[in-house]
Each structure stands twice: as C-alpha cells, then as structure tokens.
Design a protein around this ligand. Structure first.
Ligand code: ZN
Length: 675
C-alpha cells in the first residue's frame, strides 16, 4: 500500500509538468494516465469485494418492514477487546426507538445468531424468538400507525470472526452491505436511516471514534466511556466503531462557508509511523470544493482512520468517519470516500439496486477533483481510463438490476468495478456532455440540496431522474434508461460521403449506424468534425434518436473528411466511421436522379435513382415539347438505390427528358436517343 503513495507523488509532479507542456503546445492529445492503484474507486472496490470472504451470504428474505426506526442507542462494553488474546466478545444493549407504520404487536429485526446471543428484551418488548439472522420481538400490546415505541435488547457478541474485528489493540467494525447485523440487532436495510447514540466502555489507553460528534468522554480510574452522538440519520451499513490503543490523532477545522466562525472538526486517526499529510493537506480545499459543487458539507464533523492488516483494501465511507487501509493516506482515495459523504451517506441508495447513486457518483467525483486540482485534461484522462477499463472488463450486465432491491447480490456483482464504478462514472460524464455543464452542475446541486426529498434521506434512481427532469426542464428518462438499465454499449459502424452538388456547394451525408445485437439502441447527441480543404474545420452536433439515421450538411467550401465524436465524449462505445461513396446505405435526404447510362444511346439505357424513404414513385419520359410520351414505372419503391431500364425502341431519335416523381419531390434529366 505504500506503493500507492509513491506513485501518487510522482504523478503529482508529472501532472504539473504536463500542464506546462499543454499550455506551451496546446496539445489535447497527451496527458498523464494515473496508475490503477491510484484510483480511489479502485481501492473502494478492492475493499468491498475482498472483505470477509469467509462469510456466507446473508438472509435472502429481509424482514417485512412495518415500522420506521428513529434511533439506535447503543451501550457496549468493549473493555476486554484490546488485550491479549483480543477476543471478539463483548456485551451490550441496544435501545431501538421506532414509529409504527402499520398496526403491529411484533417487530422483526436482523441479528445474526452465529454472532449475537440475545439475553433479554425490555421496555415495550416482552419476549423474543431468534432464528437465523431474524430476531422477532413480541411487544407488550398492539401499537397503531403513528405510535412511537422503544424496545431495549440486551445481548452479547460471541468470540467469532464477522464484521466486528479485533487484534493487537485495535477494535473496529466494517459493515457494507449487511454487516451491521453481526454486531447489533437492527433493521439492516439502507432505506431506514436512524439517529445513533453510542457509548462504549474501553481501557483509558484507547482512542475510540464513531459516527457523529464526540459528546463526552468520561474518565473513571483506568476506564474511559466514549459517548458519540450522530445529529443526522445514519444507514446501518454506515455505522462504525474505530478504536485502538495508541492511535495518533490530528484534528483539522473547516470553517463553514455559510458561517465561517463555525468550525467543523475533521479528525485524522492514524497508526504510528504513518504520515497523513497527503490527505490532510487537501481536505480543507476539498471540503470547500464539494460544498460549492453539491451543497455545504452536511455533517457536524468528519474524519478518517487507518485500520490494520485485517482491512488491507482501500477505504469505506462510514458516515463522518471514513476507514482507510493501513498507511493509505492517498489523495484519490480521500477524494472518493469523501465524495461518498454527500453521495452514499447524506443521500443513501434506497436499495442495493440503486448502488449507482453511491459508487457511480463517488467515482465520477474523483475525476471532478482532478479537474479542480489539475486540469480538464486530467479529468478527461480519468474518464477515459474508466471507459477503457469498462470496455475491456465488461461482464455484460446492466448497472441497475431490479432484483438487487429484494435480494442482495454477491459483493463481486454489487461492487463490480467495471460496471458499478467505471461505467457508472462514465454515465455521469456523458450526462454532462448531453445536457451541458450548466444544467449538469445545477442538477448535482439541486439533487444534493433537496432537503424535502433527498438530503439526509435515501434515494432510488427513478426519484433521482424525476429530480433531474425538473432541473433540466426536459424529459431525460430515455438517457438514464438506456445507460443504466440496458447492458453493454453502442457499437457504431458509421459511413459518410461527400458530394459536389454544383454551384460551389458540397453536401456531406452521414449515416449513424449502430450494429450491436447484445442490447438496444442508444439515443445520443453526436458531434461530427468536418475538415475542409484549405485547413479550416467545423463541428456540428445533432441528436441521433434512431438507428440508421442520415444527416446531411451543405457547405460552400470543399469538405475533405469527417471525424465522428472527435473529442470522444461518448466514452462508452466502439466505433468505426468510413468513407462510403458507393455504399448502398448512404443516401441523401432528398431523392437523387442519376444521368442515364449509356447516353446518348440506341435501344436500351439505364437510369439510377435513390430514395431517402419508401415512397410512391412515377418515372415518365417527355419529348422535347414537354409532352409525356411514355410511363416507365408507376408504383411503390423501397428506400435505397434502384436502377430502372428504359427500352426506347418505340421512340424516334431525338432529345427527351425523363422524370422521377415521388409524393413530395420531382427531378428531371435530359437524354438523347440516336438512330
Ligand atoms: Zn466507493
């Protein structure tokens, strides 16, 4: 993991060198490519797929929810966890305050019975049944909708390996997606966020941190009682305990933008021998940047803590206390996990099928950090990296799988790096390209700042899309449907031609053609760069809303070639674009009537024609006095190129005209019949 640091520092120098080169040569084509290990998203992903491989998948049938948890009050005695043999066992109570949604006399909770043993229930709880990971608590009476009740559960945690880790004087938890139920009974789904009040008894050489603010720490003899309170609701998977004998602690203070005299503490817990400077040196600027781009930093404190070798992969975005692997004080890991404080923590994915709202956003925001700290070219290099990773590792499923809302998938699916992270980030990049910077950043701001629907709550993707439609003043469902719900990506086999149409004018015809068979059509705005003889160029942007769509552009100078998507904005694609003068697919937007061949002629000649769409067609021959003398064809013809033979054996030698007439156009040419 130290390698990450070295690479990142070298990269830092390289970026600045490159920036100078770019300024000197205005080169758009070369910029630094970060190493994979320096992507915070990669480390976030590594952590999520590598954790707890020994654990079985949890219950597929989450409890039916007929109540809303308002607050968890936890009191844990962790005193023995910090001394050899570092047991995982502890005892405690959790008091669960909940509001009843539909009348009930029992509540169902999650508590893994191989980890947690229930000792008793009290207050409104009178008895319990604990089977598998479901704890059923029977209440003292029926509670009606709207009533608020409390159940206290006394329990002890067994000396087993699960989401509660101990060893060598450290004790910590790591929960996403379903680990909270290993160490306290709770309703363990991301949609039910609750306040948290956490007290822990530990030896007085232990520093212990959790979500929210440190309310007090009471020192009695050789014992400290740490009391942490979260002002804002927390999803169970984002709850955390981080504690260690001999932690180092730095506290930085971020002045709120709206109230500069209010200082928000950002706490850095780090192991002996580590240097958190790479993260500490950017965190205040990053907090400003994210606050300006999304909404003001939403929590009463924030923080980071490095753990031990039981947590060697990357980071975890626990609310207001991010976990890092040992000595992982990396700029981009900081950028990624800190972005989750807004997208993931402040607004939490409503179900696991909405994971894009967490990981797509945090991964994209890493690139936004690149743009802020370095340059747009570094941003685009990051996006291109994500796109290339996706294109070479695409497992073929869509970002959104509706089943994941019900059945939590295996972690290597839920946290698939190519799809959930890389493709997810690219979908946001292409959304920015589609609606433009102004609407894109307004969308992020309005979504993050929506206190009625999203802020401090959970979000599902359809609600997010409704919000975006409202902000952008247009229906963008098509965009999110195709990129989030369809698997794979477009494969373009485009063609174009250039025609001299006389009078000093040229026409460029472009056929936008997608050939993929493993997914549907992708509507997208497309950019075309047209180069002219003499060195000038122009870019046109058109909306390609159906397959095999043809676009025609007329110029009063000579085009020499066309480049599709010149800035590679549609990053999730494969594409080829060829000059196709003689290709049957290339058609003008209007009918074309070619000169007959041979001409002049004796006996038979052939005329060529092209139709941009199927139509009723009439082909006539007129004499030199404009009188009709023969009807060659009268009927329906398909879109495309056609050839029609004219047999002139009944016509006298002379000058004639032939016409092509459709429902909307008519064209005519001259021909000469010889003896
Ligand atoms: Zn992440």
């Amino acid at each position: 993991m130290k390698q990450i640091m070295v690479e990142t520092r070298l990269l830092f120098l390289r970026k600045h060198t490159l920036l100078v080169l770019i300024l000197m040569f205005f080169s758009l084509w070369s910029f630094s490519q970060r190493q994979m290990e320096s992507y915070g998203s990669w480390n976030c992903y590594q952590k999520k797929i590598h954790e707890k491989p020994f654990l079985q998948q949890k219950s597929l049938n989450s409890p039916k929810h007929s109540f809303d948890v308002l607050k968890y009050t936890l009191n844990l005695n962790l005193y023995n966890c910090y001394t050899t043999p570092y047991p995982h066992s502890f005892s405690g109570t959790v008091t669960i305050r909940f509001r009843v949604d539909t009348a009930l006399n029992i509540i169902l909770l999650n508590a893994v019975n191989s980890s947690i043993v229930i000792d008793s229930v009290s207050i409104a709880g009178i008895s319990f049944l604990h089977t598998g990971d479901i704890l059923t608590v029977t209440l003292d009476r029926t509670y009606n909708a709207g009533e608020i009740a409390e159940v206290m559960i006394a329990y002890h945690h067994l000396n087993v390996y699960d989401s509660f880790f101990t060893g060598g004087g450290i004790a910590f938890t790591d929960c996403e997606p379903e680990g909270a139920r290993d160490w306290f009974p709770c309703w363990d789904k991301p949609s039910d966020k609750a306040l948290l009040d956490f007290t822990a008894k530990v030896p007085d050489n232990v520093l212990l941190a959790s979500n929210g603010r440190l309310q007090d720490s009471i020192h009695i003899a050789d014992t400290i009682y740490y009391h942490w309170i979260s002002r804002d609701p927390v999803a169970t998977y984002l709850t955390v305990i981080t504690s260690k004998v001999g932690y180092n602690l730095d506290i930085l203070y971020w002045p709120m933008l709206s109230s500069p005299t209010t200082l928000v503490p950002i706490r850095y817990y780090y192991n002996a021998g580590e240097d958190p400077t790479p993260s500490e040196s950017i965190i205040l600027d990053m907090t400003d940047f994210y606050s300006n781009k999304f909404c003001e930093h939403p929590f009463e404190k924030n923080g980071f803590a490095t753990l031990d070798a039981q947590f060697i992969w990357g980071g975890m975005e626990n609310q207001t206390l991010i976990s890092f692997c040992p000595d992982c004080w990396d700029e981009y890991l900081t950028a990624h996990e800190f972005a989750h404080q807004w997208f993931g923590d402040m607004i939490t994915c409503g179900t696991w099928s909405d994971i894009w709202l967490n990981e797509g956003f945090a991964t994209y925001i890493e690139a936004l950090w690149s743009e802020h700290a370095y340059s747009y070219y570094q941003y685009k290099s990051d996006i291109d990296y994500y796109a290339n990773y996706y294109l070479s590792h695409n497992p073929g499923w869509a970002i959104v799988n509706p089943n994941w809302a019900i059945t939590t998938p295996p972690q290597n699916e839920l946290f698939n790096y190519a799809v959930t992270y890389c493709k997810g980030a690219c979908v946001l990049h292409m959304f920015r390209y589609t609606v433009g910077d102004s609407l894109f950043f307004a969308s992020l701001k309005e979504y993050a700042g929506d206190t009625t629907n999203f802020k401090y709550k959970s979000a599902v993707i359809p609600d997010f899309v409704s919000k975006i439609n409202q902000v952008c003043g247009q229906n963008l469902e098509w965009y999110f449907n195709e990129w989030l719900s369809q698997p794979n990506h477009p494969v373009y086999h485009n063609e174009y031609n250039i025609a001299n149409i006389g009078g000093g004018n040229w026409t460029v015809n472009f056929l936008a053609n997608q050939v993929q068979t493993n997914t549907g059509f992708f509507k997208m705005p497309i950019e075309l760069l047209i180069n002219f003889s003499g060195g000038s160029d122009t870019v046109v942007k058109v909306m390609n809303s159906q397959n095999n769509e043809i676009f025609s552009f007329t110029f009063n100078k000579q085009p020499i070639n066309l480049i599709f998507d010149p800035d590679n904005q549609i990053v999730l694609k494969q594409a080829s674009t060829v000059l196709g003068f003689n290709n049957n697919n290339i058609l003008s937007s209007s009918i074309i009537l070619y000169q007959n061949n041979p001409n002049p002629f004796t006996g038979k000649t052939t005329i060529g024609l092209e139709l941009p769409s199927s139509d009723k067609v009439r082909i006539m021959i007129y004499n030199d006095f404009a009188q009709p003398v023969a009807e060659v064809f009268n009927g329906q013809m398909n879109r495309g190129k056609h050839e029609v033979e004219i047999d002139a054996k009944n016509l006298a030698p002379g000058i004639y005209y032939y016409s092509l007439e459709t429902s909307s156009e008519k064209k005519m040419r001259k021909m000469v019949i010889l003896k």
